[in-house]
Every structure is written in C-alpha cells, then in structure tokens.
Design a protein. Structure first.
Ligand code: AN0
Ligand code: CP
Length: 317
C-alpha cells in the first residue's frame, strides 16, 4: 500500500481483518520491517488515542517516530496558494511539506475539516497536498472527510464481539455542544457498507450525511425505532452536511442521548464510540460503564489498525 486515506483502499476487507488479527496475535513479529525507517506524525488538531496508538504501532514495527504539533511550537502555516503572506503566518505549507518529507519515510497527517467551506473540506485539500508534495507515503490520522484507522478498529471490534453472521449495526447521532466534522460517521458508514451487516443510521432531520458515504444504509428518523433489535449501537455527533447548513448545529435535544431506557429496546446491544466522548450528552454514565460498553477494547484496537496499515506501507517501500 502507498497512501491510506479511505477504508475502501483496503480492497478485500476480509483479508485486511485477517491481517489485523495476525498483527494483534503477533505484535512483534515484524520488528525488522521498520528498522532505520522514520514515521513523522503531523497534528493540526488535538489527539489522545491516535497519537499514542500510532506511535505504539510504529514502535512495535521497529520504527523511529517524530511527532509535530503544528499549533505548538512550529511556524504558523499558510495553506492557501496565491495568498500575499503579510499576515500572521510566516511559512507556507507548500515549502513545509517537502521539507518534512525529507526528514522521514512515512507521514501520518491529522487535519480536521474546518467546517466553513464544504468544497474545500470535501476536496481534502490538506492531506492531498501532503500526498502531492511530500514524496512519501501518507496516511490519514483523521482528515476532513474520513477517519479510516478508526473505522478499521471499529469493524475489527464488531467482528470480535458479534454473535450473529449479520448483526444489526445502528449508527446514531447524539447531541454535542460544539460543531464536529462528519469524518467519523462518513468513514464508519463507508466501512460498514463493505460488510454484509444490516445497517441503519438514525439522526434528526437536517443531519443527512453525504449519500456517497451512507450508500445502502437505511435512514430512520425515529431513534427508538432504529434501536429495536440492534446488536451494536455506534454513537457519534456530527454537524450538518447539507447545503447552507454545512458545519452548523441544528439540534441540541438531549432526548437523543443514548441511555439505558433506549438500550433496553435493543437485542442487548453493545455500545460503541470512537472517543473522546462527552458523558450525559452523547451517552449516559451507566451505559458507557456497563459491561456491554466496548469503548475501551475499541480504543485498544487502534494500535492494531495502525500497525496493520503501517506494516502494509512499509512492505511496499
Ligand atoms: C473529533 C471528531 O468528531 O471528528 C475527533 C474524533 C476522533 N472529536 C472531537 O473533536 C471532540
Ligand atoms: N478516536 C480518536 O481518534 O481519538 P483521538 O482524537 O484522541 O486521537
């Protein structure tokens, strides 16, 4: 694999899940693969899991790791071409990218959607510039429209816990005080559409996602109805995608919070969330603390998904 920005680039999902299972059972089997190879992780946004799990994955593969938080200590970067740089940004991304590429063998990039300009976000301008100008393999650590390392960990977690061949997976919107990108739900939908699971998405009116991601999912506006008979509840907030409302918060109704009363409608479903999660906005304390909550094993699988992808990139260097 060269670049990794979407779960669809894995081709056969079953093969990828088998590769992930091998990595999980044999975390130190490929230590020589990363010898004298350097991973550079670049963060335009905050992170706990992605930063630690990707670093751990690289160390398991024998790599050296450098981390740059662009907003802490680096020069402020201009990202638009053609701008007269007389403002507060001393360096342009178009110089910074090839410079960073010259210091490493593989680059991971986290660059969230700005939620101001839908075309700019959905054209994935930042990560595509890294692909174009770094000269190195680039993988997404959550870009504007997708979070594929999260999705691979999510599907691996479902595979490890499902008790039916075709589980019913329900992705539910839940309230949040700040506008969040659509990357996690887009990417989860894209990944679930590569499986044969039953797939339902529930959200308030106005929160429709890009159909290019939701694909075959059934959209159900009644959250309680959607939960009936579910095997997995995947909660996530996102801001509006559609038209002039792009990036806006349209609903803060805490009746959408996932709580025990709603979980009782399911078929004893597992609860999932990518984290970080706001308790008692997205999910009640008792649900996230219940034995059916998978949030910790789901986060632990982020090492496995990162290592599976890094291994594949290193194998093709
Ligand atoms: C981010 C998001 O919703 O995309 C990162 C999730 C992994 N969440 C927040 O900013 C709270
Ligand atoms: N789930 C996830 O990507 O978490 P971080 O934002 O902490 O990396």
């Amino acid at each position: 694999m060269k670049h990794f920005t979407s779960i669809t680039q894995l081709g056969d999902l079953k093969d990828a899940l088998a590769a992930a299972k091998y990595v999980k059972e044999n975390p130190f089997a490929d230590q020589e693969l990363g010898w004298n190879k350097t991973l550079l992780m670049i963060f335009f946004n905050s992170s706990l899991r992605t930063r630690l799990s990707t670093q751990k994955a690289a160390l398991n593969l024998g790599m050296n790791v450098i981390v740059l938080d662009v907003n802490q200590g680096a020069w402020k970067l201009e990202t638009e071409r053609g701008v007269i740089m007389d403002g507060d940004k001393p360096e342009h991304l178009l110089e910074a990218i090839p410079v960073m590429g010259s210091y490493c063998d593989v680059i991971g990039v986290r660059a969230f959607a700005g939620l101001q300009d839908r075309d700019y976000d959905y054209n994935e301008v930042i990560i595509n510039q890294f692909i174009k100008y770094s000269g190195k393999p680039v993988f997404s650590m959550e870009a504007a429209t997708r979070h594929p390392l999260q999705t691979l960990a999510d599907i691996l977690t479902i595979e490890e816990h499902k008790t039916k061949n075709r589980p019913k997976v329900v992705m539910t919107w839940a309230p949040h005080p700040r506008a969040l990108p659509q990357a996690v739900p887009n990417s989860f939908a894209e990944g679930i559409n590569m499986t044969d699971y039953e797939f339902v998405i529930t959200h308030p009116h106005g929160y429709e996602l890009d159909p290019a991601f939701t694909g075959r999912a059934r959209i159900e506006y009644d959250q309680r109805k959607a939960f009936e008979g579910a095997d997995f509840i995947y909660a996530k907030n996102w801001s509006a995608y559609a038209g002039d409302n792009y990036g806006k918060i349209l609903c803060t109704d805490r009746d959408w919070t996932v709580d025990a009363e709603k979980m009782a409608l399911t078929d004893n479903a597992f609860f999932m969330h990518c984290l970080p999660v706001r308790r008692n906005m997205i999910v009640s304390d008792d649900v996230i603390e219940s034995p059916r909550s998978l949030v910790i094993p789901e986060a632990a699988n982020r090492v496995v998904s990162a290592q599976t992808i890094l291994k594949s990139i290193l194998s093709d260097l």
